[in-house]
Design a protein around this ligand. Sequence first.
Ligand code: MEV
Length: 338
Amino acid sequence: MVERRIAVVEPKEPEFRRFKVSAPGKLMLFGEHAVVYGRPCLITAVDQRMEVSVQPKPNDLIEIGAPGVGITGFKMELDRLNESVETPAGARFLIASLRNFSKKFGLSSGLKIETKSEFSSEFGFGSSSAVTVGILKALAEFSEIKLDDRQLFDLSYQTVRDVQGVGSGFDLAAAIFGGTIYFVTGGKEINSLDIGELPLVVGYSGIKADTSILVRQVADFRQQNFAEAEAVFDQMTFLTQEARRFLEKRDWEKAGQLMDTNQNLLELLGVSTRKLSVLIESARKAGAYGAKLSGAGGGDCMITLVSEEKRGEVEKAIGDAGGKVLKVKTNARGVKIE
Ligand code: MEV
């Protein structure tokens, strides 16, 4: 008898195109906290990137894989986006982005979303803002919706405000526009500076800071000491404008000196820590032009401007003082389709 073999073909899910986008992390150079109160700041995008990919699915499920923040295999139905479902902390910005995008433009199919980061969310490089910008840009691409940079900023800013209630939006501007930017609260001004790479050394304090707590702490300080807090913010405004001038002239020495002044003002606000002060002092002693904390304070990173001759000594001093030198390049490119 002749045996008949029947090949069993497993039904295959149709393969849909994947839309991949990457957005850079950021560092605050001058003006943190003041920028929450209508003042300017200076920021630079760094060459550590967050990658976000979006792939349509032939069902109505949103699947999220974000291993960097401990999320694997998270699933939810598309039509539950508008309900206040319990979401894991690491997926809050992704889900809020999907919700806002879908409210504005609609979303008609399920999606598989994956994120991959070149930097740890511990460093304070702005992983939430990079992920928000990345997913919104990828969704616009796949839905064939033209969003210019300003519209992308506004939608991202609304999303971040929905999730954390506070924030100036400076990190979103860095993720979208890249480069080095003069920025005023909520994107009232977003001016790119033509300065190339900065001679910066970045030291991580080993402590992850919680930006919302620090922003609230400064808000309390301002409520109790209004005139003093406003005077500090006014001085920060003045030095940020001065720093912009020096950076544009590539006068790193003068800009470095202003970092020291900015650090003193941040200490008055009470957001520096002993560890940050030790790292900052070690950089100054090793011959840096100047140094300060970068971001909300309470931990995360310190930054310092250095001459090329002193770079090695400054890096060693930061390491010896218990910091971790992070190798990053500044002035990196903004969001882009991969
Ligand atoms: C945090 O990195 C910088 C702050 O100015 C907050 C903000 O601008 O959103 C403290």
